[in-house]
Design a protein around this ligand. Structure first.
Ligand code: PHB
Length: 357
C-alpha cells in the first residue's frame, strides 16, 4: 500500500506518528520577546502533528523585524521555550525551532534608530509592522564582509540554545524574503565580495550557516526552508529555477533532517515558473511540501512520491486537532484573520477541538 498523510516516518531517529507538519506561523504573542505559557498551551494543543515547526524565532536583537516575536539566544528565552517543548513532548509530539533573521524586513524602531541590515542597500517596497503600526520599509545598511562571521556564529549559538530548550532540531529560515533569502536572490544582492555575484557566492551565507549549525548540533537535526517562487517581502530573482536547483544541489548530500519548500507565491501575484520536482529530485533526504495543500492533495503528493511530508499553516492555526479531523473527514474550523498577529488567547488557543460523539 502506498503512503499517505497518516503513514509514520522516521525523522532524526524518531518515529513521527504522521506526515502532517505544522508550518511555522508568526503569531506575535511574546510581548517580552520571550516564549510564554500561552504559547506553550497553543503548541501543546497542536502536538498531534507529526512535526511542529515553531514560528520564526530571532537569533539576535539585530534579527528582529516584527513586534512581540520570541528570541532564542539567551537564558531567559531558553527557559521560556522549555514550556513549549515540554508541553509538546508530554503529548508525544516533535518540535523544531525556526531560526530567523529578518534582515532588511525590519525597521529602525526595533534597533534603537539604527538601520536594519541586508546584503545590499536596497529598500524593499512595502511596510514594516512596528509597535506603532505600519511604517514604510527603509533603505537598509549593507553588511560589511567583516560582520558576516558574527551572524553565522549567532545562528550556531541559537541552535545550541534551541537544543538546550529541548527542541528536537532547528529549521534555518532561508525563505520568504528574510536575510538568507536576501543573499540568495539577485534582486536583493548586488554584493561584489565573496557573498554576492555568482550562485556559489550568493548561496555562501546559507551554506556557512548550515555547516556551522550542522557541525554543532548534527546535520540530522538541521532542516532548511526555501521559497523559490515567493515574491513576499519584495524579493525577486532573475532565474529562480537555476538559483534554487543550485542551492538544493549543494544542500543535497549533507544529511540534513529535511528540505522544506514553500511551493507557492504567498502574495498571490503571478509567480515565476519553477518546477518543484527538479528541486525535489536533487535532494537526497526528506522533502516537506508547503502551500495551499488540503487532505486530498497532501495524500496524493505523498502517494506519488512528490513529497515525504506536507506542512499545513492556516489549517493548523484554526484546527488544533487537524490530523484527527482529516482522518475523520470532519469539517474544519474557519480561521479568523483578524486575530492572526498579536493579541491574546482569542483566535489562538480557543479554536475548538472536534467533539467526539
Ligand atoms: C508573516 O509574518 O506574515 C510571515 C513571517 C515569516 C514568514 C512568512 C510570513 O516566513
Amino acid at each position: 500500500m502506498s503512503n499517505n498523510l497518516f503513514s509514520n516516518i522516521q525523522l532524526t531517529g524518531q518515529e513521527l506518528s504522521n506526515r502532517m507538519v505544522m508550518a511555522p506561523l508568526t503569531r506575535n504573542r511574546a510581548p517580552e520577546g520571550i516564549a510564554n505559557a500561552l504559547m506553550a498551551e497553543y503548541y501543546g494543543q497542536r502536538a498531534s502533528a507529526g512535526l511542529i515547526i515553531t514560528e520564526g524565532t530571532q537569533i539576535s536583537q539585530q534579527a528582529v523585524g516584527y513586534p512581540a516575536t520570541a528570541g532564542i539566544y539567551n537564558q531567559e528565552q531558553i527557559e521560556g521555550w522549555k514550556l513549549t517543548t515540554n508541553a509538546v513532548h508530554e503529548k508525544g509530539g516533535s518540535i523544531f525551532a525556526q531560526l530567523w533573521h529578518c534582515g532588511r524586513v525590519s525597521h529602525p524602531d526595533f534597533h534603537g534608530g539604527e538601520l536594519p541590515v541586508a546584503p545590499s542597500a536596497i529598500q524593499p517596497a512595502g511596510d514594516a509592522f512596528t509597535y506603532e503600526g505600519l511604517k514604510p520599509f527603509v533603505k537598509p545598511r549593507a553588511l560589511d564582509t567583516s560582520e558576516i562571521p558574527a551572524i553565522i556564529e549567532q545562528y550556531r549559538h541559537a541552535a545550541v540554545c534551541a537544543v538546550e530548550a529541548g527542541f528536537d532540531g532547528v529549521e534555518i529560515h532561508a525563505a520568504n524574503g528574510y536575510l538568507i533569502d536576501q543573499f540568495i536572490r539577485d534582486g536583493s544582492n548586488q554584493r561584489t565580495d565573496a557573498y554576492g555575484g555568482s550562485l556559489e557566492n550568493r548561496s555562501r551565507l546559507l551554506m556557512e550557516i548550515v555547516t556551522a549549525v550542522g557541525n554543532e548540533i548534527g546535520f540530522d537535526k538541521t532542516g532548511v526552508r526555501l521559497s523559490p517562487i515567493n515574491t513576499f517581502n519584495d524579493i525577486s530573482d532573475s532565474d529562480p529555477q537555476s538559483t534554487f536547483n543550485f542551492v538544493t544541489t549543494n544542500l543535497a548530500s549533507l544529511g540534513l533532517a529535511y528540505l522544506h519548500i514553500v511551493e507557492v507565491d504567498m502574495t498571490g501575484a503571478s509567480s515565476s515558473n519553477v518546477d518543484m520536482q527538479q528541486i525535489r529530485d536533487r535532494f537526497d533526504g526528506l522533502y516537506i511540501g508547503n502551500g495551499g495543500y488540503d487532505k486530498p492533495r497532501g495524500n496524493s503528493s505523498i502517494a506519488e512520491n512528490r513529497a515525504d511530508l506536507v506542512a499545513f499553516g492556516i489549517p493548523f492555526l484554526a484546527n488544533p486537532d487537524l490530523p484527527a479531523r482529516f482522518q475523520a473527514d470532519a469539517p474544519l474550523n474557519e480561521a479568523d484573520q483578524s486575530t492572526f498577529y498579536g493579541g491574546d488567547e482569542h483566535g489562538y488557543t480557543d479554536y475548538p477541538f472536534l467533539e467526539i460523539a
